[in-house]
Design a binder for this molecule. Sequence first.
Ligand code: RP5
Length: 173
Amino acid sequence: MSDKRPLVGIIMGSQSDWATMRHSKETLDKLMITNETLVVSAHRTPSRLTEYATDAKKNGLKVIIAGAGMAAALPGATAAITPIPVLGVPMEGKVMGGLDSILSMVQMPAGIPVGTLAVGRSGAINAAIMAASILALSDPTISRNLEKFRANQTASVIETPQNQYDDKFGRPK
Ligand code: RP5
């Protein structure tokens, strides 16, 4: 890790968001970017959110990734308090497949931006990569790690499609 203090805060509105938001953490870990995780809800724990967002800059955070579903207010409410960049990840909800969350999250009023990513796992991974891109502007180690990560990703894309098998018995998916 390039620094001991967390550079990225990964917050989510509920424990139920962790199955998606763990992809942000796993991606940041691969990029060797220090991070911390917290369940904090704009609606259920507003005081926890106020404290976290108020202290975020002072605590050394450079980017916050906020995952939320349904009304999905967490990224916007966080961005309303802190000046550091907030990246929003809409959850794939049970009711509208995440359409509700992404529309709510993306529709920020002028003056309080949230960088909203794709719904679900892709958004969680891309939020981490985008956080890395932001940090890479001023951190040569992260810049090198990010370049390596992207080169490895490119190299891992095969040209000829292969059959995918579920298990050791070769049963197809
Ligand atoms: C949002 O409500 C959370 O971000 C979560 O995606 C959604 C549902 O929360 P739970 O009822 O599963 O705790 O605030």
